[in-house]
Design a protein around this ligand. Structure first.
Ligand code: SF4
Length: 207
């Protein structure tokens, strides 16, 4: 099914977006907001951080540069969408910087994919989710390589693994401002280390 032209909001779309937000909150995300796609900006400088200094995940999966379409490809895709759901999960900082980090990002991918699946079930068949972190390091860390990059078949985790926002240069900080979330810094001196939280973010283009 083709994505409707930007001026053709599907019938009942506002109510469906509200349902998506409520379901996302019920599934455990800390906060979620509907954003207009005109408020999503991409910055090639942000995408460049995958290259310089080169991320250790660079080139390791189909979800990261140079195997993704980058800022230009994302801008083109954005033109086909009007609304998106931006969400965050607040994670204890100690967990994020521990050996459990992989599970945290796995949860982020699964939540993003879950919102995408629910949007599709509501009729938004072209919904597309983005998360953070390398799916190679998250889902295929114990495998020799990405099956898709190696040309040996489809993705091993199509239900959960999603592309990282980083490789497209998506301005996450700008989305945080748009959503009106006031994030506490991980270095907040007033908060005991054990109580410090760090947010991780996901984005789902809906229609
Ligand atoms: S096969 Fe593994 S590394 Fe490759 S795209 Fe899928 S989850 Fe990512």
């Amino acid at each position: 099914m083709q994505t409707p032209a930007p001026n053709d909001a599907p019938e009942g779309s506002n109510e469906k977006l509200e349902t998506l937000i409520q379901e996302a909150l019920r599934s455990g995300v800390t906060a979620a907001a509907v954003v207009s796609t005109v408020d999503i900006t991409v910055d090639p400088k942000l995408a460049g951080m995958c290259y310089e200094p080169r991320c250790e995940a660079y080139g390791q999966s189909m979800s990261c540069p140079p195997h993704v379409s980058g800022p230009d490809g994302f801008r083109k895709r954005l033109k086909r969408f009007r609304r998106a759901v931006f969400f965050k999960i607040d994670v204890p900082s100690e967990l994020l910087f521990s050996s459990d980090r992989r599970e945290v990002f796995q949860l982020l991918h699964e939540m993003a994919a879950g919102i995408e699946h629910q949007a599709a079930a509501m009729g938004f068949h072209d919904a597309r989710a983005y998360a953070g972190g390398s799916c190679k390091q998250i889902f295929c860390h114990d495998k020799p390589g990405c099956r898709v990059v190696a040309g040996r078949g489809p993705c091993r985790h199509p239900q959960s693994a999603r592309q990282s926002m980083s490789g497209f240069g998506i301005d996450v900080a700008g989305l945080v401002r748009r959503a009106g979330w006031r994030e506490r810094l991980v270095t907040d001196a007033d908060t005991p280390p054990s109580d410090r939280m760090t947010p991780v973010y996901g984005l789902v283009l809906v229609y």
